[in-house]
Design a protein around this ligand. Structure first.
Ligand code: BES
Ligand code: MN
Ligand code: ZN
Length: 487
C-alpha cells in the first residue's frame, strides 16, 4: 500500500526559514513580485531571489511552474525551489504548483512557504497527489518522498482532513489499478475492500452461491472460466439522513481481461490488469467519503470477476439470462464488462432504490479512439444530472465529454435467438455498449455511465500522477457528492 508523505500545516514563521533543512519552496508572482516570505528569503540569500525574479528564466515560466536554485547561500536548505504563482491562483494552477514541487522533492523534506497565497490547501493536494509512487514490488533502494510542511498565514482556511481524505482516496484507487492480476485477485480485492470497515463503511461480500440465487447469470458467465471465484462487494456509507435514498456508484471490476474464448492479441494484453479501474474508482471514492465523514448516503457496488479462457469458459453463441430476466446472446466474450455491469446495475436498483446511479468502467477500446486519454466518455439519460457531473469534473480538472445515447443504435444489438446480443459491431462501439447498459436502468432513475478506458491508466506522466494509474474520477465524484447529495 502506498502511504502519503508526512504532511504538516503550520502558521507562517519567518524565523524558521533560515534553518529549515532539505528544500524550501517560495512563490513569486508576475514580474517577480514577492510576499513577506519571499522578502525574507531574498534578504537571507542577499538578493538572489529578486535577481531570479527579474531573469529571463523566470519570465518564461508559466503559473504553476518551478525552478531550483541549488545550495542557496544564506539558507540551511540544499535547494530553493522557486514557483511562479500569483496571489490568487486558480485550483488548477495551485495544484500544478504543488505537483511541480513534488517532482523536484525526491526524498528531501520540503518546507512550502505559501504565506498569503490563496488556495494553499490545493497546493498541498497537488503536492501529495504527485508524490505518489507505486514501488511495492521494487526491491532494493527506494526513494520515499520526504515530509511536506505547508506554512501559511491562514492555517484555519486549510482543511487538512479534507485534503488527506481526497489524497488517500486517490492513492487507494491508484494502488488497486496498478496492482498486477496475480496479486489483485477477486479474493484479494474483496479483502482490501473489507478493510474499509475500519473507517465505518458497511461492507458485504456476495459469493458465487449468493449471486447464483440472485440470478446474476450474466456476471457469473464472465467469471466461470477462471479459477478465481466471482464476487460482488457492497459498500455502504450512511453519513446522510436516515431514510434518504442513496447515490449508487457501480464499478466494473474485471481483475484481468484476456478476452476469454474471444481471446485478445498478446501485444499489450498486460494492460488489462487495469480492467478493474471502474471498481477501483468506486473504492477510492468510498474511502474518501468515509475519511471525510461525508454527510451523504452513498452505496458502492463492484462486480469482481476474471475473464479467462478455459474448458468452463463461456463460448461465443451461448445464451445467458440476466438478473433482470432479459436474455443475451454472447457473440464476443471480450465484451464482458457490460455483462458484469448489467447485473450489478439491476441489483443496485432492486435492493437500494437509489436516488441516482453512476457506473464506471474501462468498457470499450472505441472510447479511446473517440476521446484519447484526455477525457472520459459521459453517457446519461438525464441532462441535469449529466450537467452536474460535467461541472464537478471541470472544477476538479478531470477531463470528461458527453456522448450520445439514442434508441436508433439499438438496432445493432438485435439477436436472432435471444433478446439482444452483447456486441453491436465496430461502428459507434462505445455508444452501443452504453445502449446495452441502459436496458438495465429503470425508467426514472437518473443514471450516468462513465467509460474510463482511456483515462484510468496512461503511458505518460500527467500533471498530478506519474505514468500508470491516474485515479481519474475520485475527485470529480467526491465533488458531485458534495454538490448534489449532501444536506
Ligand atoms: N476491457 C476492454 C476495453 C478496454 C480496451 C479497456 C482498451 C482499456 C483499454 C473491454 O472488455 C473490451 O474488450 N472491449 C471490446 C469490446 C468489443 C469486443 C465489442 C473492445 O473495446 O474491443
Ligand atoms: Mn473485454
Ligand atoms: Zn474488459
Amino acid at each position: 500500500m502506498t502511504t502519503l508523505p508526512e504532511f504538516r500545516i503550520e502558521p507562517t514563521d519567518l524565523d524558521a526559514i533560515a534553518k529549515a533543512p532539505g528544500r524550501v519552496a517560495v512563490f513569486l508572482g508576475e514580474g517577480g513580485r514577492m510576499d513577506a516570505c519571499g522578502r525574507r528569503v531574498n534578504k537571507l540569500t542577499r538578493g538572489a531571489l529578486a535577481r531570479f525574479g527579474q531573469s529571463d528564466g523566470f519570465t518564461k515560466m508559466k503559473p504553476g511552474q518551478a525552478a531550483t536554485l541549488a545550495f542557496p547561500a544564506g539558507l540551511a536548505a540544499q535547494a530553493l525551489d522557486v514557483v511562479r504563482l500569483d496571489r490568487r491562483p486558480s485550483v488548477d494552477e495551485a495544484r500544478k504548483a504543488g505537483a511541480a514541487l513534488a517532482k523536484l522533492q525526491g526524498k528531501d523534506d520540503c518546507l512550502v512557504l505559501a504565506g498569503g497565497i490563496g488556495r494553499a490547501g490545493q497546493i498541498a493536494l497537488g503536492h501529495l497527489l504527485r508524490a505518489y509512487q507505486f514501488v511495492d514490488h521494487k526491491t532494493g533502494d527506494q526513494t520515499r518522498p520526504g515530509a511536506v510542511t505547508l506554512m501559511t498565514d491562514k492555517v484555519d482556511a486549510v482543511d487538512r482532513d479534507q485534503i488527506v481524505a481526497l489524497a488517500q482516496g486517490v492513492f487507494f484507487t491508484r494502488d488497486l489499478v496498478n496492482e498486477p492480476a496475480n496479486i489483485l485477485t477477486t479474493f484479494d480485492f474483496a479483502t482490501r475492500l473489507t478493510a474499509l470497515r475500519d473507517l465505518g463503511v458497511e461492507v458485504e461480500v456476495l459469493e458465487e452461491e449468493d449471486l447464483e440465487k440472485l440470478g446474476m447469470r450474466l456476471l457469473l458467465s464472465v467469471g466461470q472460466g477462471s479459477a478465481s471465484p466471482s464476487k460482488v462487494v457492497v459498500m455502504r456509507w450512511n453519513g446522510g439522513a436516515k431514510d434518504a435514498a442513496p447515490l449508487a456508484l457501480i464499478g466494473k471490476g474485471v481483475v484481468f481481461d484476456t478476452g476469454g474464448i474471444s481471446i485478445k492479441p498478446a501485444a499489450g494484453m498486460e494492460d488489462m490488469t487495469m480492467d478493474m479501474g471502474g471498481a477501483g474508482v468506486v473504492a477510492g471514492v468510498m474511502r474518501a467519503l468515509a475519511l471525510r465523514k461525508a454527510p451523504a448516503n452513498v452505496v458502492g457496488l463492484v462486480g469482481l470477476v476474471e475473464n479467462m479462457p478455459s474448458g468452463t469458459a463461456t463460448r461465443p453463441g451461448d445464451v445467458v439470462a440476466s438478473m433482470k430476466g432479459d436474455t443475451v446472446e454472447i457473440i464476443n466474450t471480450d465484451a464482458e464488462g457490460r455483462l458484469v455491469l448489467a447485473d450489478v446495475l439491476w441489483y443496485a436498483q432492486d435492493r437500494f432504490k437509489p436516488a441516482a446511479m453512476v457506473n464506471l468502467a474501462t468498457l470499450t477500446g472505441a472510447i479511446i479512439i473517440a476521446l484519447g486519454h484526455e477525457k472520459a466518455g459521459v453517457f446519461s439519460n438525464d441532462d441535469a444530472f449529466a450537467a452536474s457531473f460535467l461541472k464537478a469534473a471541470a472544477t476538479e480538472g478531470e477531463g470528461a465529454w458527453r456522448m450520445p445515447l439514442d434508441a436508433a443504435y439499438d438496432e445493432k444489438l438485435k439477436s436472432r435467438v435471444a433478446d439482444m446480443m452483447n456486441v453491436g459491431g465496430r461502428d459507434a462501439g462505445s455508444i452501443t455498449a452504453a445502449q446495452f447498459l441502459q436496458r438495465f436502468v429503470k425508467d426514472g432513475c437518473p443514471w450516468i455511465h462513465l467509460d474510463i478506458a482511456g483515462v484510468a491508466s496512461v503511458k505518460s506522466d500527467t500533471t498530478l500522477a506519474p505514468k500508470g494509474a491516474t485515479g481519474w474520477g475520485v475527485l470529480a465524484l467526491d465533488r458531485l457528492v458534495r454538490d448534489r447529495f449532501e444536506a
